[in-house]
Design a protein around this ligand. Structure first.
Ligand code: IPM
Ligand code: MG
Length: 372
């Protein structure tokens, strides 16, 4: 298959982790005879520094003419601590999502058997957790009208949703549940918010077309608690933009590290793949950033194009790396010298030699392999 992939590494650890995902995709291309072409462009703080624009026109054009986008992360502390900043890196990402119509953000959350002890939550609580979060991505309070009074003392952000915006993501969530455990949980705040009551009405109507899927509802405050108390009760979680942002960071604790959570953002025309973590500025350039979320985002890209065997190979490589402690310090209690790129090298090597890795595994344990 021929794919043109736009690579937007962004800020902080974005470039380091994205490099590992590109390495994995290149290995897949050579192993399976695909033709993947990668073209790089700036986004976020790096783009502001160069062009005073977090999403330059050429970046947007490149995304629109590519088959898929691989995104790193954006954000820089110099903007976080300056509430008066007129341009912010995050605007680049939000504009990209809006311009490309990426209305559904899919965030899988899984408790890996080998990492059960790494989560601060008890093993018996998280074991077997397998959730798919469907977060609405181009509406709600993120994109509603904003205002600040002239004296700067009153501010507002409007949370607005239309029936159509709710329906289109609801259909995706129900379809996904049909190939999973046949359950959708709508997370909202319908006891307080009018927009949430619209979500309940519309999603209840959509559910009638999916008789084999059970629909239930949870208020977001309760959902936040249930996620920690009993995450196994969830299959597909459907929710609006900001609740999804918050709840997916919370859910990352189940896996043991936010550095493991991948995501796909899809619309009618375009698709973008990005780790859910941010730019982690303190870790930039230190080789400690976990590349797994980015590598698994690359696997989601492959699934999007129907390349299931290829995606599965990446996932097996990831699981092997976790099992053998070829992982970064956020989840590694055994070795303290495994860097971001070494994890990438291991997975690349596994893709190139899926059947011929036993010797390497021994070496890795002894610390003598070329990988370590
Ligand atoms: C995410 C991030 C973004 C969001 C930020 C960087 C704007 O937190 O993708 O979850 O809030 O959507
Ligand atoms: Mg977030």
């Amino acid at each position: 298959m021929k794919l043109n992939i736009a690579v937007l590494p962004g800020d902080g650890i974005g470039p380091e982790v994205t490099n590992q995902a590109v390495k994995a995709l290149k290995a897949i291309a050579s192993e399976f005879d695909h033709n993947f072409k990668f073209v790089y462009a700036d986004v976020g703080a790096v783009a502001i520094d160069k062009q005073n624009n977090p999403l330059p026109d050429e970046t947007l054009d490149l995304c629109k003419t590519s088959d898929a986008i691989l995104f790193g992360s954006i954000g820089h502390p110099k903007y976080d601590n300056d509430p008066s900043a007129k341009v912010r890196p995050e605007q680049g990402l939000l504009k990209l999502r809006k311009e490309l119509g990426l209305f559904a953000n899919i965030r899988p959350v899984k408790a890996y058997e080998t990492l059960l002890d790494k989560s601060p939550l008890k093993k018996n609580i998280i074991q077997g957790t397998d959730i798919s979060i469907y977060r609405e991505l181009t509406g709600g309070i993120y994109f509603g009208e904003k205002s600040l009074s002239e004296d700067g003392n009153v501010a507002s952000d409007l949370c607005e949703y239309s029936r159509e915006e709710i329906e289109r993501i609801a259909h995706l969530a129900f379809k996904s549940a049909q190939s999973r455990k046949h359950k959708v949980t709508l997370v909202d705040k319908a006891n307080v918010l009018e927009s949430s009551r619209l979500w309940r009405r519309v999603v209840t109507e959509v559910a009638k077309q999916y008789k084999d899927v059970t629909l239930d509802f949870l208020f977001v405050d309760n959902a936040a608690m249930q996620m920690i108390l009993n995450p196994k009760q969830f299959d597909v979680i459907l929710t609006e933009n900001m609740f999804g942002d918050i709840i997916s960071d919370e859910a990352s604790v189940i896996g043991g590290s936010i550095g493991l959570l991948a995501s796909a953002s899809v619309g009618d025309k375009y698709a973008m793949f990005e780790p859910i973590h941010g730019s982690y500025p303190q870790a930039t350039g230190k080789g400690i950033a976990n590349p797994i979320a980015s590598i698994l985002s690359a696997a989601m890209l492959l699934v999007h194009f129907g390349l299931h065997t290829e995606a599965e190979l990446i996932k097996i490589g990831v699981e092997k790396s976790l099992k053998l402690n070829i992982s970064t310090p956020d989840i590694n209690t055994k070795y303290d010298n495994i860097t971001t790129s070494k994890v990438g090298d291991f997975i690349e090597d596994f893709i190139n030699n899926p059947k011929d890795t036993n010797m390497n595994f021994t070496n890795i344990h002894l610390g003598q392999s070329t990988i370590i």
